[in-house]
Write a protein that binds this ligand. Structure first.
Ligand code: GUN
Ligand code: FE
Length: 471
């Protein structure tokens, strides 16, 4: 990756910017000007009052500035922390079974098709194009067990300019029905080859990620070897954990000598600060404390949790434990590849939990709640996620979960410019903006009602990647 030390200013953008910080889930900065340098990094980000001063310092003129329209805004690109690129072909279908049956009936037979490079190329190109159009600037992909077609996914993401992690899936037990599995030795040897060939290609923003499918599909030996490989190569790690009741029960039976599901991964050194585990609906406080200690993250995949009737993740509980968390589409368990959908489903899930916790129990609580001062410790009030908090999960939260928040996730100076240019008022668009709408209203409408028709441009490390070539 060529980044020169002496970077020049490449272009400026002027208008409204919306992003998250650690202290604020959503900042709306109107009338601001941002400079992006030739390395794709944010060089300055200031109130436009300073334009004359900045223009002198950075030697730009009015014609170097891209000025946004009155309702338009720039927001960070979204980070999909968990998506199965190989399942895109059947997304929107096959949602009638619960996890383990769904894997056997639909998923494993589909993933087998990726032995064929041509098939893989078609679907992988489609999902990379689709997610980019939807504003996903970073995607953390599961591919399949096949090394060569998994390498092809990495090449396609790189060619389209998406920031990505790509994992060759590992699974050596419990999948005989679909004839879709590898031996333990094959899985280890192929993962080593995958990492070696991947790193030889020296992609700037596409990285390999060690990918045991989940404990149900992996022997103890395989998990331990993968933990070793991750340590040797310093790679990221992804898998699934505590997604569904049947799966958790299976893990108890398969791994009787471990304390709990988290312990299975932890003992194999698979929980690190570069680990992202999907779902986590049934994790206990004790398990979350281990996540926090290891710096491991959770990918919240609400569409999938509902679609496969797996369960709900309580984001508040995860945040309380200070465990890193982002959002994932989990295509095709989740039927929608758009992170805007993940934002909406995360809010819906949180409201369902609010209904259960606060409304469902309030009647009986009111009758039994002691009023005496000696019993004044009240149950903490549950609040549903706000749209601003969900926005942060989809952007900064995701970058933290993938341990890339030093590079992307918001518009902090020095980070790479990964962004979406949103145009709320498009002819034939999905929603309307009225004169009395505040800017907050406009942003909220986009998050709740918007789609790719509102996404006029997508940038990764300063490079415009949408509109797509041959769109
Ligand atoms: N657990 C193991 N494999 C999968 C998968 O492909 N999708 C989901 N949602 N959960 C899994
Ligand atoms: Fe998944």
């Amino acid at each position: 990756c060529s980044t020169s030390k002496t970077s020049k200013l490449a272009y400026c953008i002027k208008g409204t910017f919306v992003h998250s910080t650690d202290s604020s889930p959503m900042e709306i900065l109107q009338d601001h000007i941002m400079g992006v340098n030739s390395n794709g990094k944010i060089e300055f980000f200031e109130n436009a009052r300073k334009q004359v001063e900045l223009a002198k310092k950075w030697r730009f003129s009015e014609s170097d500035i891209r000025e946004l329209g009155s309702h338009e805004f720039c927001m960070p690109g979204m980070v999909d922390t968990h998506i199965h690129a190989s399942q895109y072909s059947f997304s929107g279908t096959a949602l009638d079974l619960s996890l383990l049956d769904w894997l056997d009936k639909y998923t494993f037979p589909t993933e087998r098709k990726y032995k064929e490079a041509e098939f893989a190329k078609t679907i992988y190109s489609s999902i990379v194009r689709r997610t980019l159009r939807n504003g996903t600037t970073t995607a953390c992909y599961f591919a399949t067990i096949y090394t060569d077609s998994s390498l092809l996914l990495a090449e396609i993401a790189n060619n389209y300019g998406q920031r990505a992690f790509v994992g060759k899936v590992c699974m050596d037990i419990n999948n005989c029905a679909a004839n879709y599995k590898e031996t333990t030795d094959e899985s280890i040897a192929e993962t080593e080859r995958f990492i070696k060939e991947f790193l030889e290609r020296k992609y700037c923003r596409v990285k390999p990620i060690i990918t045991p499918r989940f404990a149900v599909s992996c022997s103890e030996e395989l998990l331990q070897e993968l933990g070793e490989l991750a340590k040797i190569h310093g790679t990221h790690i992804q898998s699934h954990i505590s997604e569904a009741v049947g799966e958790v029960e299976s893990v108890k039976t398969l791994f009787p000598n471990y304390k709990h599901y988290t312990d299975v991964y932890d003992k194999s050194k698979l929980l690190t600060d570069k680990t992202v585990m999907a779902h986590g609906c049934y994790l206990s406080d004790e398990e979350l404390a281990i996540f926090r200690e290891r710096g491991a993250a959770i990918s919240h995949c609400p569409n999938s949790n509902i679609s496969l009737c797996s369960g709900h993740l309580d984001v508040r509980k995860v945040l309380k434990h200070k465990v890193k968390i982002g959002l994932g589409t989990d295509v095709a368990g989740g039927y929608c590849s758009s992170m805007l959908d993940a934002i909406r489903r995360a809010i819906d899930t949180s409201k369902v939990l609010y209904i259960q916790y606060e409304l469902g129990s309030s009647h009986s609580n009111q009758q039994t709640m002691p009023t005496s001062k000696t019993f004044s410790i009240q149950k903490e009030k549950y609040t549903a996620l706000s749209y601003k908090e969900a926005f942060r999960l989809a952007t900064l939260g995701g970058s933290q979960a993938l341990n890339i928040d030093d590079v992307t996730g918001n518009f902090q100076i020095g980070k790479e410019f990964d962004a979406i240019l949103v145009s709320p008022c498009v002819p034939g668009g999905p929603f309307d903006v009225f004169a009395d709408d505040t800017f907050e209203d406009v942003v909220q409408k986009f998050l709740n009602l918007g789609d790719d028709r509102n996404i006029k441009g997508v940038y990764v490390a300063g490079q415009q990647v949408v509109p797509l070539p041959n769109a």
